[in-house]
Design a protein. Structure first.
Length: 738
């Protein structure tokens, strides 16, 4: 059973932007709009060209594979496509002595006639060319393992003739890698052909991370490695790893980026050692192909389970300079079985939680891998990991886990990703990138602030085309702007305030580690829109006015322990009964019969919808003929003291400066199922006018008018309903008389 979390221990401040903390003001530094405006991308959308050409060719190849129908499944198609990409790449990298391409129709016809007796034998000629290239470059072809031949039938000349122009249309892989942005052809091909193959196998799930995100993560960590004080005097290689590597995208991108960074004695890529592992043999094989041929790097790729110890990674444990990964989410493991096989050195956080009896019986794979991979870092090592939303924002075990992690490691950055990130793989789960660092010395932080960024757009949309989910290059990729913001953050010696705005769009802020809200790591909590609203409130307060947290003026869910079942004497208000103007559909409430119990509420309580707060559903409970309850999806607010009436509170809650706070304090699995939790609602700030001031009197006037208008509306609706009912009775009586 999980123990209760002590939130008074001083680990974090219980509220954000409290007027006084530790004897000094908590400040927010927001530059003027011109200084905190949208960062401008350099050179436009560099990935537009490679993507467009690549996807057009992939779509046509997919149709050809489907037409001939000789490949058993999507994996077989992917294998064949990878071999063709390798052939094209090596052909371009090592052209014929006389010039020209081995994949041109003229060259293949000459091979077909010379070796197979007829220029029409194109499929057989492709086999010959593939085998010849493999013989010339055995080291590169060794990445295929024992499967080193094409699977195209040697007599399928129609198919060979159809795919030749498509192969010609594919971008030259080496050319696509020019610049910092990494075009990962294997990753993109995997997403195009094999996105559904692992849908029901969580433990082996393969959700390829988009290159837009991969490149940003790699650029951030390499920047920090090179800027570290001990880098210049270091002689041993840098070990970069991904224990759940998939097709090796992170490792390939790390090598490509490092190849562009000049350091003393050469390039950073010359000092890298790359290590990858995946449980699925096909993934490990594709990773080797990706690294050896497309990234042109040497890497150690193993087949193995990185979750259940002992694993094949023991020889590199404690040595990694950086781990970049997107592990499988949601696969559950028995905690007692896991700890029986592991050691405190493998899983220090989970063992510590087991000792305090705060470990559940089943553990999700993301927590196991986060703990395991942090333990594999050397002192000063860094982990950047894609995680689902509950890891950064969840309560209960998730919060306990974060608190335990914070005792051992330094939270450097959190990047919230848009719902579109993994849409090609069939999920719009809300995810974030968490960046943690193992301190050089226990308990010593390298920075006082945490980098918090929210990406709204990755520069693409996922659409369905010919039965496949493909990316269309639409919008602007925020990730280069975020990496630029991180470079500014990492180069600053110290921040001038507890919360500092670095960019308005995309939203980027530096937040003091002591100001993390309610032990949450959600970057969206620090969106600059919310910070601007708070700053506006602080600046616009009149004489004697104060800025108070919602918990200072209301009780939240005061009757939460009392449940109501709808019957003749009781009714229940659902979220859908609250209209946009704040009125309640009482006729709908009267006939509503939910199957589950509701939460008790009373006339004068203010209901605030906690689900999808971007849709404003705020209402004051009116007097009714019945006792009422409400859906648990509401927070029930009961005014305390005489600072507010329910109606003035409802007006303030609906205001833009308060709504901008509420919208950014949400968390959840996706954009359509997010919600604000009671603990986060408590810290929403309200401007409280001083009694007797013009502002106080004006708010009272508006509240009185709002109350009267809604009461008149309820009365008018009741009269309308009585007219309807009366007419029905009249017609019924007339029918009887007739």
């Amino acid at each position: 059973m999980a123990r209760k979390i002590d939130r008074s221990s001083g680990t974090t401040a219980p509220t954000l932007f409290k007027p006084e903390r530790a004897g000094r003001p908590v400040t927010i530094e927001l530059p003027e709009p011109a200084a905190c405006a949208r960062l401008e991308p350099q050179g436009g959308n560099q990935n537009q060209g490679p993507y467009s050409a690549f996807y057009r060719a992939l779509g046509s190849l997919r149709e050809e594979f489907h037409r001939i129908g000789r490949f058993d499944d999507a994996n077989a198609k992917l294998d064949e496509l990878c071999k063709l990409l390798v052939l094209k790449t090596l052909d371009a990298r090592h052209p014929l002595p006389a010039g020209g391409s081995r994949l041109s129709i003229e060259y293949l016809q000459s091979v077909a006639e010379r070796m197979h007796g007829s220029p029409s034998r194109l499929a057989a000629a492709m086999h010959t060319v593939f085998d010849d290239v493999g013989a010339q470059f055995p080291d590169e072809f060794g990445a295929f393992g024992p499967r080193r031949s094409l699977n195209i039938h040697t007599d399928d000349d129609e198919f060979a003739r159809a795919i030749l122009p498509l192969l010609d249309a594919l971008p030259h892989i080496d050319d696509a890698h020019v610049g910092a942005w990494s075009f990962d052809s294997v990753n993109e091909a995997f997403g195009h052909f094999v996105q559904d193959s692992f849908r029901n196998r969580k433990e082996d799930a393969q959700y390829m991370t988009p290159p837009e995100v991969v490149s940003a993560m790699v650029e951030i960590v390499l920047n920090d490695i090179v800027q570290a004080p001990d880098f210049a005097g270091r002689s041993e290689p840098l070990l970069i790893g991904d224990p759940t590597c998939g097709v090796g995208s992170f490792l390939a991108a790390a090598y490509r980026h490092a190849a562009q960074i000049e350091v003393s004695g050469g390039r950073l890529s010359d000092r890298l050692q790359l290590f990858g592992q995946d449980k699925v043999e096909r993934m490990a094989r594709l990773a080797m192909v990706n690294l050896k041929i497309f990234a042109r790097s040497d890497a150690h790729i193993r087949v193995g389970n990185s979750i259940m110890p002992p694993t094949s990674m023991e020889d590199v444990a404690g040595r990694f300079d950086a781990i970049l990964t997107n592990p499988p989410f949601g696969a559950t493991f028995d905690a007692s079985e896991l700890l029986a096989k592991a050691t405190p050195n493998n899983l220090p956080t989970l063992f510590a939680m087991a000792r305090s009896r705060s470990l559940p019986k089943a553990l999700d794979s993301e927590y196991i891998l986060l703990d395991r991979e942090l333990a594999m870092l050397r002192p000063g090592g860094r982990l950047l990991m894609v995680v689902p939303d509950h890891v950064v924002s969840g309560s209960g075990f998730s919060e306990e886990f974060r608190l335990e992690i914070a005792k051992r490691y330094e939270l450097v950055a959190v990047l919230d990703l848009p719902a579109e990130t993994f849409a090609q793989a069939g999920t719009r789960t809300k995810t974030s990138v968490v960046y943690l660092r193992r301190p050089d010395k226990p308990g010593v932080r390298s920075r006082t602030h945490v980098f918090m960024a929210t990406a709204e757009d990755l520069g693409f949309r996922v659409v369905s085309r010919a039965g496949a989910s493909v990316k269309r290059m639409i919008g602007t990729n925020d990730m280069p702007l975020i990496t630029a913001g991180y470079a500014t953050f990492s180069s600053a010696s110290a921040e001038s305030a507890d919360v500092v705005c670095l960019s308005a769009q995309p939203s980027i802020a530096a937040v003091s580690s002591s100001q993390l809200l309610n032990n949450r790591w959600t970057a969206g909590f620090y969106r600059t829109g919310r910070l601007a609203a708070l700053q506006h409130l602080e600046k616009s307060l009149g004489p004697g006015a104060s800025l108070l947290s919602l918990s200072d003026v209301v009780d939240i869910d005061p009757d939460s322990s009392e449940r109501v079942l709808p019957n003749e004497d009781n009714r229940c208000i659902s979220v859908l009964h609250v209209r946009e103007d704040g009125s309640i559909d009482l006729a709908g409430v009267e006939i509503y019969r939910p199957t589950t119990a509701c939460v008790r509420c009373k006339p004068g309580d203010v209901l605030v919808s906690k689900i999808n707060p971007r849709i404003v559903r705020i209402a004051v409970v009116p007097a009714t003929p019945w006792h009422v309850g409400c859906s648990p999806e509401f927070a029930v607010l009961r005014c305390r003291g005489d600072q507010f009436t329910p109606w003035s509170l409802a007006l303030l809650l609906r205001s833009s400066v308060v709504q901008s706070q509420i919208r950014t304090l949400t968390s959840g699995t996706s954009s359509s199922h997010n919600r604000i939790k009671d603990r986060d609602l408590e810290v929403v700030k309200l401007p409280v006018p001083a009694p007797g001031t013009p502002a106080f009197k004006s708010l009272q006037t508006f509240a009185t008018a709002y109350e009267k208008s809604l009461k008149d509306q309820y009365a008018a609706q009741q009269q309308i309903d009585e007219c309807f009912r009366g007419t029905e009775l009249l017609l019924g009586a007339a029918k009887t008389i007739g």
